[in-house]
Design a protein around this ligand. Structure first.
Ligand code: AKB
Length: 312
């Protein structure tokens, strides 16, 4: 990676990833793009609607990008509300990014998700290679996307790589429209209100990861020796698996008066029920040395410290 173009640069991952990549590869070597205008002046930025194939190709060509990191997508709950929009944006954007990568010889990364699994997938220690019959539009997009990325690799030799991200938790940009978003919101409300009403039911375990570990995973996978990769699209990665009551208990270690209540959202609960409880990341560890630094309590400590400074 020397000249990197990022789509969806103002999203939950993109807004921190661009800063990390600029820190490693140089501000002028990372082109951030998004459908909205950015006020970040730290490096080049262009407006881009990822369904506009020609503009995506031309921006990458003019920038002389050697790497495409394609992040722009709708998350699971929004995709369930607007399935046709999700198909057009998630699949249309992906195929445009892959085509630009094929034509311009760029290395390619896009995230898949635990949403690529479904109710018939083994729920515990979900293997790298297993049944993938998701029941959500987001999941359908993610499985089709994994297959499409593999196809571009085997058919055209594009160096495509990806991970199946769990819920990502960060203190910079908030996610929007995801099923795992409660695990971000809970920290904001713990500080602002001392209480949180969870739309996910007690006892529902989902995989999660702190953003610094997620960003490092992207860099490590992209820098990994291609010859060592048996899998490509996409690797299971995770740092922890917890239920709403477990994250609440972790917060209570710092804010003992914190109160948790429940008002379950049937749409997001059904999505969560269809996803694994905990996935097995051993292929990522073996093939490119995937590792994490934050467990639930370490993440809670850091989130509360950072958010206190930001919100108070
Ligand atoms: C979502 O909840 O939709 C995402 C994901 C797990 O892919 N955070």
């Amino acid at each position: 990676m020397e000249r990197i173009m990022v789509t969806g640069a103002l999203g939950q991952i993109g807004s921190e990833l661009v800063g990390k990549l600029r820190g490693i590869y140089g501000n002028e070597n990372v082109l951030a793009t998004d459908i909205r205008q950015s006020d970040d002046q730290s490096g080049p930025f262009e407006i881009l609607d990822v369904t506009d194939a020609e503009r995506m190709h031309d921006l990458a060509e003019d920038f002389e990008a050697d790497t495409m990191i394609h992040m722009a997508a709708l998350l699971s709950a929004t995709a369930e509300e607007k399935p046709l929009l999700a198909w057009n944006l998630n699949m249309g954007g992906l195929v445009n990014a892959l085509e630009a990568s094929r034509k311009l010889g760029m290395q390619f990364f896009t995230p898949s998700s635990i949403g690529a699994f479904g109710p018939s997938t083994p729920k515990k220690d979900t293997p790298q290679d297993t049944l993938q019959r998701p029941t959500t539009m987001y999941g359908v997009n993610k499985v089709a996307g994994e297959l499409l990325c593999d196809y571009y690799h085997t058919k055209f030799g594009v160096d495509t790589r990806g991970v199946r991200f769990p819920g990502l938790i960060s203190n910079v940009a908030q996610p929007g429209g995801g099923t795992t978003d409660y695990a971000v919101d809970i920290y904001y409300q713990a500080i602002e209100k001392g209480s949180y009403t969870s739309y996910i039911a007690e006892g529902t375990a989902m995989d999660m990861m702190y953003m610094p570990d997620a960003l490092q995973a992207i860099v490590d996978l992209m820098e990994a020796d291609s010859d060592l990769l048996i899998h490509r699209n996409a690797f299971n990665v995770t740092a922890m698996s917890f239920t709403p009551e477990e994250i609440a208990a972790s917060i209570q270690k710092h804010i003992p008066e914190f109160k948790m209540s429940y008002a379950v959202d049937p749409v997001r609960q059904e999505i969560a029920n269809s996803w694994p409880d905990s996935i097995d990341a051993s292929a990522a560890k073996a093939e490119w040395g995937f590792k994490t630094s934050y467990d639930l309590d370490a993440m809670t400590f850091d989130m509360l410290e950072k958010l206190k400074k930001k919100l108070q």
